[in-house]
Design a protein around this ligand. Structure first.
Ligand SMILES: Nc1ncnc2c1ncn2[C@@H]1O[C@H](COP(=O)(O)OP(=O)(O)OP(=O)(O)O)[C@@H](O)[C@H]1O
Length: 373
């Protein structure tokens, strides 16, 4: 897969951009706050429908403007794909594929696959469980676009069930009457989300272990496990839903007291251990970085295995965070095959061979100039 071009209109600090990407490696260099991350964010948005930095489209549309346009031309094994996204402050998005408006955004997912790695990802190991859940979801959205609607449906049911649990005007009898319906909906929508997360981690684990051994020199034993609140002994849908229903029954009194849902994939954890010890609390900074790098490289391999296309790699200001050994591992893994866009404030951080084979573009106040301009 190759991202041939990117066009932006009134997106963040870009009034107008038409960028042709011709080499496998592009380095975007510029001072802080010039628009480097904004450009990668636009690519991420086309790949996953989400931004890791913005919660609302309003933040993505240039201040004072009504709407943004983000478009790309992607070369895939099956042919060239034109993707287009219109973002509006406070309104629905429009998604076009080959010029045709799609009914839902999910229909335009899966055409551009990318792995993003930024300094925020260093929180993948030490951050809150939500960070790891978001990471899994971001991969699943690309692997199986239908996951977008599975997750959205679950979150909607969760939201409505929480609203019910918070109601103060209901008698306990009235609540007890209404809850079983919501329990059924919650467990029914929770099950496909959890089964997909579980399967994803089973596939990611050996790949991440391979990279971890390569980077750490095989000295440590890394394990990664899905840790939902229920035992995943039997993973067929019926067993998972049954286990969730039983747990809900146990927690019901507590849920009513707290006024919130305490069971479901919104409480999932992903456990990362080094030699059996949780990396989150006990890993050194170096160990945590090695882990994150191994997870990202595993993500790259998995996307390629499943889609049959080499995904695009977006490295946002992250090389400076890695020591020379880890940089070498990363650059070695990328090799010549993986189209990579890297942002940096200093070209001095790059390996000279890499620098020679890359196209260097300077970003200044939302404009892109060829190197040296
Ligand atoms: N909706 C928006 N409208 C207009 N400008 C915006 C909008 N959102 C962000 N910006 C501008 O984009 C710039 C930030 O760009 P970006 O996050 O890409 O920085 P960067 O070049 O990656 O720098 P750093 O190295 O600090 O991360 C800021 O100048 C900010 O004011």
């Amino acid at each position: 897969m190759f991202l041939q071009s990117l066009q932006l209109h009134d997106f963040r600090n870009y009034a107008e951009l038409a960028l042709d990407l011709s080499s496998a490696k592009t380095i975007l260099v510029g001072d802080n706050a010039q628009g480097k991350s904004n450009l990668l964010e636009a690519v991420q948005l086309l790949a996953t429908g989400r931004s890791s930095r913005a919660l609302r489209d309003r933040e993505l549309v240039t201040q004072g403007k009504e709407q943004s346009r983000v478009a790309a031309r992607i070369e895939r094994l099956g042919g060239t794909v034109e993707l287009e996204l219109i973002l509006r402050a406070g309104k629905r998005r429009t998604v076009r594929l080959g010029g045709e408006t799609q009914r839902t955004q999910a229909e335009a997912l899966g055409y551009l696959n990318c792995v993003s790695f930024s300094s925020i990802d260093l929180d993948l190991v030490r951050g809150a469980p939500e960070t790891r859940r978001d990471w899994l979801d971001g991969i699943l959205l690309q692997l199986e676009p239908i996951y977008t609607s599975l997750l959205a449906q679950y979150l909607q049911v969760l939201h409505q069930r929480n609203a019910l649990l918070r109601r103060t005007d209901l008698s306990s009898e009235a609540l007890a009457e209404q809850l079983p319906l919501w329990d059924d909906l919650l467990t029914r929508h929770a099950t496909p989300v959890m089964r997909r997360r579980h399967r994803l981690l089973l596939r990611l684990a050996p790949l991440a272990q391979h990279w971890h051994r390569a980077i750490s020199g095989g000295r440590e034993n890394f394990a990664i496990h899905y840790q939902p609140q229920i035992a995943f002994e039997r993973e067929d849908a019926q067993s998972v839903q049954q286990a969730l229903t039983e747990l809900l029954a146990q927690k019901q009194a507590l849920e009513v007291r707290r006024g919130t849902s305490l069971v479901g994939p919104h409480r999932d954890e992903v456990e990362l251990t080094i030699d059996g010890i949780p990396a989150r609390q006990f890993g050194s900074q170096g160990q945590q970085r090695t882990l994150v790098l191994a997870l990202k490289l595993a993500e790259l391999n998995l996307l390629e295995q499943v889609t049959g296309e080499v995904p695009l790699l977006l490295l946002d200001d992250v090389l400076a965070e890695l020591d020379l050994h880890r940089q070498d591992q990363l650059l070695g893994a990328i090799g010549e095959r993986v189209q990579t866009i890297v942002t940096t404030t200093h070209l001095g951080l790059f390996d000279s061979q890499w620098l020679h084979s890359a196209t260097v573009l300077t970003i200044k106040q939302g404009q892109v100039h060829p190197d040296g301009a």
